[in-house]
Design a protein around this ligand. Structure first.
Ligand SMILES: Cc1cc2nc3c(=O)[nH]c(=O)nc-3n(C[C@H](O)[C@H](O)[C@H](O)COP(=O)(O)O)c2cc1C
Length: 209
């Protein structure tokens, strides 16, 4: 086995270990309001659920490696303290991918990508019509791990309103085969989730028999 010193590694080496190891990663499509009221939207695959009640999710934008600046999503959330998490499907993935273009601050990524903005019910940030699930969120925490290029910021949000398309929802559950979510891999790899396997969770009594 090879071993590496993460404390000594360059940003890019550690980054490649994260994106090559933590697989497949779910993708948060985060929409926010720019200072002039226009809309911002961008995907983030450093993303996970944190707590069910209160309902908390987390995602992590990194400091831009090219310029050393904060991403627009972070600037907007620091000011507005709210955002929407939208989700990626096989149908909207190409449009979502287009929102990752690093446009000048204030340029509307809904317009750039062709995604359709629709009003939220609680927060000012818009929802993505092409996404079958939306979480309207209020900011809970912003924890910065530095200001060097590649340093991450952990953003957690409390989900205050959930929207789900009835076509993918049955008896209190989201049906994966109808949702058709996509995940992120290393480099330019994305994952489809069309080969679902079931494994029964083993309870202590079954293991010890
Ligand atoms: C599928 C996908 C996942 C991404 N995940 C992240 C991520 O977790 N963290 C990050 O900093 N950038 C990530 N990016 C890059 C950002 O989306 C990109 O820098 C974007 O321009 C940021 O937009 P903003 O400046 O409007 O916030 C990802 C890009 C793609 C296509």
């Amino acid at each position: 086995m090879l071993s590496f010193d993460a404390l000594e590694n360059a940003f890019g080496d550690n980054y490649k270990f994260i994106i090559g190891s933590i697989l497949p990663r779910p993708i948060a499509v985060v929409s926010t309001k720019n200072e002039d009221g226009s809309n911002n939207v961008a995907p983030f695959s450093f993303f996970t659920g944190v707590s069910a009640k209160p309902m908390i999710i987390a995602f992590c934008p990194l400091i831009r490696t090219a310029t050393g600046e904060k991403k627009d999503t972070v600037i907007n959330i620091e000011r507005e303290k709210e955002f929407v998490i939208n989700f990626v499907t096989e149908d909207n993935a190409d449009l979502v991918n287009a929102t990752s273009a690093e446009l000048p601050y204030g340029e509307d990524e809904f317009k750039h990508s062709g995604l359709t903005p629709i009003d939220s019910e609680v927060v000012k940030a818009m929802r993505v019509k092409e996404s079958p699930i939306h979480f309207e969120c209020k900011l809970r925490d912003i924890i910065s791990y530095g200001d060097q290029p590649g340093a991450g910021t952990l953003i957690t949000g409390e989900v205050v309103r959930i929207h789900v398309d009835e076509k993918i929802y049955d008896s209190g559950r989201i049906i994966t085969q109808e949702f058709k979510p996509m995940g992120r891999g290393a480099g330019n790899d994305w994952f489809k989730t069309d080969s679902v396997v079931e494994k029964q969770r083993l309870m202590k009594a079954q293991i010890q028999k």
